[in-house]
Structures are given as C-alpha cells and as structure tokens.
Write a protein that binds this ligand. Structure first.
Ligand code: PRP
Length: 183
C-alpha cells in the first residue's frame, strides 16, 4: 500500500506496533499484579499511550497532563507549561509517564520532579522516541521505543504546528513535501 502522505518514513507502523507490544510486556513484567498509574503527556503522547494501554491488557486508565515546549516551532523552547489537568493524586503511587519523544529532556525532567514532589514513590518513563544528541538534561528512559537522529519527526500523534498527528507512522517533516499534503 502506498503511503497517504509525501514524507520520508523513519519508522514504519508495523515496526512501531511491534515495539510497543514488547514495551508493554516489559511493563507487565516489572509491575506484576499492581499496574502503575499511567500519565500521558499530551498532546503528542496520546497515540502511543493508547496503544501501550491496549497492549498492556490490564484494567488501567491513562491520565493526561499537558506540557508543551515546542509551541509552533521545530525546536524546543525549553519552556514547559503544565496544564490544568495536573490535579492528579499521585501520593504513594508508582507512575509511568508516557511521552512521544524525549528531546532536550526538560519536559520529562520537570514532570518527574513535579510528581515526586507530590509524593509519588516512583516515576518511570516510557517514551516512543528519544533524540539523545539533543539532550540538555539527563533523564533515564525506562521503556524506550526507538532512538532517532536529530530530525524533526511527525506522525503517530506528533505534530508540526498542530498538524500531521493523524499520519500513522513516524515520518520526517519537510517543508517542500508538506506543500503536497494539502491544507
Ligand atoms: C514535545 C513532546 C515532549 C517534548 C519533548 O511536546 O511531546 O513533551 O516536546 O521535548 P523536550 O525533551 O525538549 O522537553 P510539544 O511541546 O511538541 O507539545 P505537544 O506534545 O502538545 O505537541
């Protein structure tokens, strides 16, 4: 089947889904009968979180927290804005924060700090992607899908200025090719 977009595919959908199944198995093995509190960093992580939740096949809901650092650009501003949905009671809980991508590491570091300060006993990180070459803050990613080079990726929930989240695989954004994708 030919892709429904003009962009270069970095990670094909079947590869992504396979890897998510493996990660879910790791989470299940680590947490046993006491599933962790799952917290997805929206918007970007929604798609990954939904698939991870389904693969886990446990009675768990995914809570959401809003954090944004890119705004409408292609590089992280380093500013992390926490949204209003962060009133979650995490005291005494073990958490898995779910991210689509760890870039500078600032977002996930800020969120870990926040939840640990609120009494979470543990705050692990699951991220579909990581760009280690961009790291500013050191963070441990307990469940990592793929390491990728320093390219601006979209699709599988990830956007450029609010667009392209619907593309079903991880692709590389290109301005020239974007013109062929419609408005
Ligand atoms: C992206 C991504 C992470 C963050 C990673 O969010 O979803 O939350 O940037 O960057 P960092 O490691 O440099 O902090 P974005 O700001 O694009 O918001 P969005 O998820 O709503 O698209």
């Amino acid at each position: 089947m030919s892709p429904s977009h003009p962009f270069r595919v970095l990670i094909h959908r079947d590869e992504i889904l396979r890897r998510i199944h493996e990660l879910a198995r790791e989470v299940r093995a680590d947490f046993g009968d006491e599933p962790p509190l799952l917290v997805a960093v929206i918007e970007g992580a929604r798609t990954f979180a939904r698939h991870l939740q389904q693969s886990l096949a446990l009675p768990v809901v995914v809570h959401e927290i809003r954090a944004s650092s890119y705004g409408a650009g292609t590089t992280s501003s380093g500013l992390v804005a926490l949204g209003p949905s962060d009133g979650l009671d995490v005291a005494g809980r073990r958490l898995v924060l779910i991210e689509d991508i760890v870039d500078t590491g600032r977002t996930i570091a800020a969120l870990r700090e926040l939840f640990l300060a609120r009494g979470a006993v543990e705050c692990r990180v699951a991220s579909l992607l990581s760009k280690p070459s961009r790291r500013v803050v050191e963070v441990d990613i307990d469940y990592l899908g793929f390491e990728i080079p320093d390219e601006f990726v979209i699709g599988f929930g990830m956007d450029f200025a609010g667009r392209y989240r619907e593309i079903g695989e991880v692709v590389v954004y290109d301005e020239g090719q974007a013109a062929a994708y419609g408005t």
